[in-house]
Design a protein around this ligand. Structure first.
Ligand SMILES: Cc1cc2nc3c(=O)[nH]c(=O)nc-3n(C[C@H](O)[C@H](O)[C@H](O)COP(=O)(O)OP(=O)(O)OC[C@H]3O[C@@H](n4cnc5c(N)ncnc54)[C@H](O)[C@@H]3O)c2cc1C
Length: 402
């Protein structure tokens, strides 16, 4: 069997297409939307017009047997800008939730409503985290109770940090159906557009990713039809019965996280690469002591380290993406490993880029300070740095490290 790390023609075309869009539509808009701290609807609309925002594109990425399309696309999008990248990609979190748990009928009903269309684009939100249940998912308290008389589910709770929370057309909400079963007693529900009882009074003001809307979501006696339980009641009852008998089911949830983490890692790499390129360019132009600063080893070696770390992180991301797509078992937490490395590299490389640019790097005249603010989130969401370490540590030691 032949082995190659060379990208295929299709991958190169995809990369160039997304790079062109990022360069043309995202980069020039980045500073404005960061300052405004608002969802960049015109850019989302443009992405929808060129066919970049919608389920068909996502399905094409998922279909790629190498698994690389998704990380390649995300790296280019986030190379353009982290905040706008997340404004475009955030809906995918909810779509992935529907895709992983929903029936084909549910996919057909809800996914188009997540995206809207090019003339009227919409966004969707995935609401799992709560004020007291971020890393500790089993501490979730949002409750879903079935009302047999009306065949409705009644949701009550407080969701925290939801990307697109409150401005979404469709909210996918994770809730507890059987409190005695911990994380195995949870299920996912679609809350359709305009459902009474769902509110989101204010957005959260953030350090970075400011063009991406983040907000708490409150659910106050939110009633959704029975068909909004993703996967359906029969399947849920079977799963709960298995859990009550002590059967294992957590490995599927873990695998879902391992599958999504390389994509998130690729976003971090896009931001890191953008900062590295800016630093490289600046170092060749800025002169001190009569020569370009890149002629000093202190600067040149920093750039060499940045490039090395970024390339290393990308290889970990691509490996995990390939493993996930080809169902190769993650024996050492390779998905988490890739996101752990990519997040750290992005935080570190963007900080180094500020250093290379000196005083200019610390100002809003140059984009590296924004990139640094954007990069930091990759040590926090989709599992913090420490949670990734925990997954890898448990996998390599075979022990339940608390
Ligand atoms: C911009 C943004 C967007 C987000 N988008 C979404 C979204 O769309 N949907 C959603 O559901 N959530 C979202 N989140 C929530 C995010 O996933 C959580 O913030 C994250 O999981 C961490 O949870 P926490 O903030 O409660 O931190 P905590 O869990 O309180 O952690 C605090 C610190 O303690 C450490 N820690 C916790 N437990 C352990 C342990 N066992 N061992 C060692 N260290 C530990 C953590 O690593 C961290 O450093 C978003 C958050 C942000 C900031």
């Amino acid at each position: 069997m032949s082995f190659s790390l060379e990208l295929t023609e299709e991958h190169r075309e995809l990369r160039d297409w997304l790079h062109g869009f990022a360069e043309r539509e995202i980069r020039p808009a980045a500073a404005e939307w960061d300052e405004r701290e608002e969802t960049p609807w015109p850019v989302i609309s443009e992405a929808a017009k060129v066919g970049l925002y919608g389920f068909e594109t996502l399905a094409t990425f998922w279909a790629d047997e190498t698994g690389l399309s998704l990380p390649i696309a995300n790296e280019e999008l986030f190379w353009g800008d982290g905040g706008i990248g997340m404004a475009i990609f955030g809906t995918t979190l909810a779509v992935a939730g529907i895709f992983s748990a929903g029936t084909p009928d549910q996919l057909a009903e809800w996914v188009p409503q997540c995206y809207g269309d090019a003339d009227d684009p919409r966004v969707a939100a995935f609401c799992s985290s709560e004020p007291d249940a971020g890393s500790d998912v089993a501490a979730m308290r949002t409750r879903a109770v079935y009302d047999e008389a009306t065949d409705e589910w009644v949701l009550n709770g407080h969701k925290a940090w939801a990307t697109n929370g409150g401005i979404a057309n469709v909210h996918v909400v994770q809730a507890v159906v059987d409190p005695e079963l911990g994380s195995r007693g949870q299920a996912a529900f679609v809350v359709p557009p305009g459902t009474p009882g769902l509110s989101s009074p204010s957005k959260i003001r953030k350090h970075g990713l400011r063009a991406s809307h983040t907000a708490d979501v409150f659910l106050d006696d939110v009633r959704v039809p029975g068909r909004c339980l993703l996967g359906g009641k029969e399947k849920l009852d079977e799963r709960l019965a298995r859990a009550r008998e002590g059967g294992k089911s957590s490995s599927q949830a873990m695998r879902t996280f391992e599958l999504s983490r390389p994509t998130v890692g690729a976003q971090a790499i896009g931001i890191a690469r953008a900062a590295y390129e800016q630093a490289l360019e600046y170092a060749g132009q800025r002169e001190t002591f009569g020569r370009p600063i890149v002629d000093n080893q202190g600067i040149a070696f920093t750039l060499a380290d940045m490039r090395t770390e970024i390339d290393a992180a990308r290889l970990l991301v691509w490996r995990a993406a390939w493993m996930g797509r080809n169902e190769v078992p993650f024996t050492s937490g390779e998905g988490s490993m890739s996101k752990l490395k990519a997040g750290r590299v992005a935080t570190w490389a963007t900080e180094r880029a500020i250093q290379v640019l000196g005083g200019s790097g610390y100002t809003r005249e140059y984009p590296v300070e924004r990139m640094h603010r954007d990069a930091k989130i990759y040590d926090i969401f989709e599992g913090t740095e420490q949670i990734q370490q925990l997954v890898v540590a448990r996998a390599i030691s075979g022990r339940h490290i608390p």
